[in-house]
Design a binder for this molecule. Structure first.
Ligand code: SF4
Length: 427
């Protein structure tokens, strides 16, 4: 049975937007998916999924069947074995890990990633990580987190991974301060943001995750942090637990989001508003020129977001305020007001916001609404296209460089393209 509570009032936070809460069958990838982008980012890390053949298939297909000479992820398949007991299971895992690490001396950090099968759930991966780390005598750090579909959706895998990393971060020296940017970003975006922070005189700036596991950023009471992704609530809590201060801001999508995000850091560092305006003016002007072209294609178009990646709220805000789109429904897998509070302030009054999913009810609403564009997971896109609805895969938004001023027009274009394609097909 699933329960939908129509228009239940929000439970606190910056703004009391009504929220439609649903708890039914959902169509979302599990947190293992995060490995697809995390393994590219942390170049000396390895992700070993402790799971089943299903997990191995998911990773292969989500990663686009990438066959590397030296892959940085794999699946240790425990499900199909004849398990005499948990001791055997642990021995088997230890054997696989030792084999992997002796073959791959380049690995500095190994994540054991938990999954759904009951054999895996029974395994104590925390203990296994401790045991394996001790056996490596500091040569390789072994951490663990869960990417199980029972506990995580799509982008929560990154949250769990970074949360596990937080406990490993070295302490920031007393009396020092630093800015930590949290969330996987394309390197080109990181470099652009680093330049902006440097011009503003904000620093030192560190990124989590880092490009190399041996260069973990320090954290402590002198750290302030900015989330770059809206699905990192647990990581934020873990950082606060290490004494770091969260900077409240919208997410760096579009001109408004990026400016608001930079402004939060500028205020914390005492940078005058005029300096922020002067430093960002050229990039803002370029982004606005690019956006003006996209706005012509998007203005007045109606869009629905089905709950998938957690990026829905900031992207909806960007498309409505900077591209003139009309929001029909904005669905999120879960609503974390501490993380998206500043975004909720910017949504139009009366927007239909839904949390969780009851896929059949949601599809009924979608068919009644018939928006011009629906942003959804891969599983729903093809059937909806077959019904004549235009779709955009939300997973593409996680893989593409979409943060910051320089990417604002490209981000808008990602939504304009499927609309154009359909129009070209219709002539
Ligand atoms: Fe499927 Fe669970 Fe493995 Fe994800 S973790 S692929 S949901 S079995």
């Amino acid at each position: 049975m699933s329960a939908a509570v129509p228009l239940a009032r929000g439970d606190g936070g910056c703004r009391e937007l009504p929220v439609l809460r649903e708890r039914g069958q959902r169509e979302v990838f599990c947190g293992l998916t995060g490995i697809v982008w995390l393994h590219r980012k942390i170049q000396d890390a390895f992700f070993l999924v402790v799971g089943s053949r299903t997990c191995a298939h998911l990773l292969q297909s989500a990663a686009g069947v990438m066959i590397f000479a030296e892959p940085r992820f794999a699946t240790a398949i425990l499900q199909d074995r004849d398990l005499a007991g948990m001791a055997d299971c642990n021995d088997e895992l230890d054997r696989i890990v030792h084999q992997l690490l002796s073959r791959r001396p380049d690995i500095e950090l190994l994540f054991l990633v938990g999954s759904c099968p009951s054999e895996v759930i029974k395994l104590d991966l925390a203990k296994a990580a401790e045991r394996l780390s001790a056996a490596q005598r500091g040569r390789v750090r072994v951490l663990h987190y869960s990417g199980s579909g029972i506990e995580t959706t799509f982008t929560q895998g990154e949250d769990r991974c970074l949360e596990a990393l937080v406990s490993e971060l070295p302490p920031l020296a007393a009396g020092q301060r630093s800015l930590l940017v949290v969330g996987t970003l394309a390197e080109v975006v990181e470099d652009q943001l680093s330049r902006l922070f440097a011009e503003l005189g904000i620093g030192p700036v560190h990124f989590l995750p880092p490009r190399r596991a041996r260069a973990l950023p320090p954290v402590g009471p002198g750290s302030s942090f900015l989330l770059a992704q809206p699905f990192l609530g647990e990581t934020a809590r873990a950082l606060a637990g290490r004494g770091a201060t969260p900077l409240v801001a919208p997410f760096p999508f579009g001109v408004e989001g990026t400016l608001g995000w930079l402004r939060a850091a500028a205020e914390a560092w005492g940078v005058p508003r005029e300096r922020l305006e002067a430093v960002t003016a050229p990039a803002v002007a370029r982004a606005e020129r690019g956006l003006a072209r996209q706005r012509e294609r998007l203005a007045g178009r109606r869009i629905t977001f089905l709950p998938d990646s957690q990026l829905e709220i900031p992207l909806a805000r960007f498309l409505q305020r900077e591209c003139g789109m009309e929001l029909v429904e904005v669905g999120v897998p879960y609503l974390d007001r501490r993380v998206v509070g500043a975004e909720l302030e910017l949504l139009p009054p009366g927007v239909r916001l839904s949390e969780g999913q009851d896929v059949d009810r949601q599809l009924d609403r979608l068919r009644a609404d018939r928006p011009d564009l629906t942003v959804c997971g891969l599983g729903l896109a093809n059937p909806l296209e077959a019904e004549g609805l235009r779709t955009k895969w939300s997973i593409e938004l996680v893989f593409s460089p979409i943060h910051g001023f320089e990417q604002a027009a490209d981000l808008a274009e990602l939504f304009a393209r499927p609309l154009d394609r359909r129009e070209r097909l219709a002539v």
